[in-house]
Design a protein. Structure first.
Lengths: 270, 251
């Protein structure tokens, strides 16, 4: 895999507005981001903060109202196909074709990334082994469990050996064991040199996996740094008599109380 | 084109794995064929009705049933399912041309229509209908039907991409019924009342139907057949261009 030279993701003044009747909704209001090559970067925020909208712009799935984005060094708006060749995308809901088998889905994905039929078959087998789905490979995806679907989705995002992998809430709805399996996969993928851009609502997940993270609220980045730096900064600023947690950082950054975010931010122990 | 073929093969697999979608596309047009022939065959006996060219009324009705079958395409509903399930975004995140994503399903719809049209014609042959234009005419007949299936599926795909709603897409499918009945469906155009004749003349489906009917009832009447193919070609290009435009601006 070719390593990205320079930042893997660089966004400046990123804006997305939607028209809703006569009014305009600003979903993202000027996001600046920099993700270095080889990082696992966490992107957190409450529901409706603009996380998914930002990810969809970074992955060419949504038009950009204003600002600029370069992914793997390439301008997303100017050369979307070139960006698509360098990124892998696993979105919020495992986007799979339930009428295919796991193997067929991976082979198709390979063919769409210009692998020959033989190469696509070999790559599919490699990935099925990687995500431990060889036994279910020739069964219809419809019968897969939630965890199996997530792992297959992850595998399909890796078919073309992307430089940057975007994972939008990859563990939402999974049981703790499946969540741990996905975490292991993310670590393994990152160790092989792939930059990972991960959105999550699970603060512990961000704490466990991410080298750096950013918190978005109401369409703006309100915190950015390593988890340990963000926690230390909060402990110092509030003169806490205990070490701050990422939950504290999140609540402080978004100006919310625990009561207010109940039902919005899930804390998990996996 | 390679991408469209790869995606088309996938859509065909999908069709094979959901026979419950194909069965109505075959059964309902055959049902209408039987009912329409049962109701009107005695009014238009083959021996004394000039526009039947010596055949029974079933031969006259066959193209209507084939067009109806070709308008049962399921591509758009599968597309809505994919949009709702997220797989459509997965496809959009690949470097495949947007046109190939649209074209893949349309190609599969064309192949499915070739098979369904063949079955309908073969059943018609078993019940005494003959294809006056012979083997070549048979192939042109199913080709024209498949062409119409692609056009209509293209229209439905546009609705699916714009609305992203199964209900809206399903409702749009009903548009075909007025188009089918504003044609020389039961009698030739010159026997229609004046308002119906005007409506049929401006309805492009009329020319496809007349082209098909010409292949069944007459030998090669190239002007009529050519007009049918021309309508399908022009409508196909328009539908494809609109589909590509819609998918290119899809957010």
């Amino acid at each position: 895999m070719d390593q990205v030279s320079g930042p893997a993701v660089e966004a400046a003044g990123l804006v997305k507005t939607y028209r809703s009747g006569k009014s305009t909704v600003e979903a993202v209001r000027g996001v600046d981001l920099r993700v270095d090559a080889g990082e696992v970067f966490g992107f957190l925020g409450p529901n409706g903060a603009g996380k998914s909208t930002t990810v969809r712009m970074l992955t060419t799935l949504l038009s950009i109202t204003a600002g600029s984005v370069r992914v793997a060094g390439i301008d997303v708006a100017a050369h979307p196909d070139a960006v698509r060749r360098r990124i892998g995308v696993a979105l919020q809901e495992a986007g799979l074709d339930n009428r295919q088998t796991g193997r067929e889905l991976l082979v198709l994905q390979g063919r769409l990334f210009d692998l020959s039929a033989g190469e696509a078959g070999e790559r599919a087998q490699e990935l099925l082994e990687l995500v431990e789905l060889t036994e279910a490979a020739d069964r219809s995806i419809k019968g897969y469990s939630g965890g199996m679907k997530r792992r297959l989705d992850l595998a399909s995002a890796l078919v073309h050996r992307p430089e940057v992998l975007f994972l939008d809430e990859p563990t939402t709805g999974l049981d703790p064991a499946s969540r741990l399996t996905v975490w292991d996969e993310v670590r393994r993928i990152n160790e092989s040199g792939t930059t990972v851009f991960l959105t999550t609502q699970y603060l512990e997940e961000a704490d466990q996996l991410c080298d750096r993270l950013a918190i978005i609220d109401a369409g703006l980045i309100v915190r950015e740094g390593t988890p340990s730096d963000l926690k230390a900064e909060l402990s110092d600023r509030l003169e806490l008599d205990r070490e701050a947690t990422l939950d504290d950082v999140f609540l402080d950054a978004t100006g919310r109380s625990r009561e207010r975010v109940a039902g919005e931010v899930k804390e998990v122990s996996a | 084109m390679t991408y469209a073929l790869v995606l088309g093969r996938r859509a065909l697999r999908e069709g094979i794995r959901t026979p419950e979608v194909i069965v109505p596309a075959l059964f309902i047009p055959l049902f209408f064929l039987v009912v329409n022939v049962g109701q009107a065959a005695r009014i238009f006996p083959g021996s004394t009705t000039a526009f039947l060219h010596g055949q029974g009324y079933g031969a006259f009705q066959l193209p209507s049933s084939m067009l109806l079958a070709a308008s049962f395409g399921s591509a758009a509903l599968f597309l809505v399912e994919e949009i709702e399930g997220g797989y459509f975004d997965k496809l959009r995140a690949t470097p495949v041309s947007r046109a190939a994503i649209v074209l893949g399903r349309l190609l599969a719809e064309g192949v499915k229509s070739l098979l369904i049209a063949s079955v309908i014609v073969l059943l018609g042959l078993a019940f005494g209908i003959t294809i006056a234009s012979g083997v070549l005419g048979f192939f042109l007949l199913i080709l024209l039907t498949a062409g119409w299936a692609i056009v209509y599926s293209g229209f439905m795909q546009i609705v699916a991409l714009k609305t992203r709603s199964a209900a809206a897409t399903n409702s749009a499918g009903l548009v075909f019924f007025p188009l089918l009945f504003l044609t020389p469906n039961f009698v030739p155009r010159n026997l229609l009342t004046r308002p119906m004749e005007i409506a049929a003349t401006i309805n492009p489906v009329t020319y496809v139907m007349e082209g098909m009917r010409s292949l069944v009832l007459e030998r090669f009447h190239w002007e009529t057949i050519g007009l049918g193919f021309l309508v399908v070609a022009v409508a196909g290009v328009i539908m494809l261009a609109l589909s590509v435009r819609v998918i290119n601006s899809y957010d």
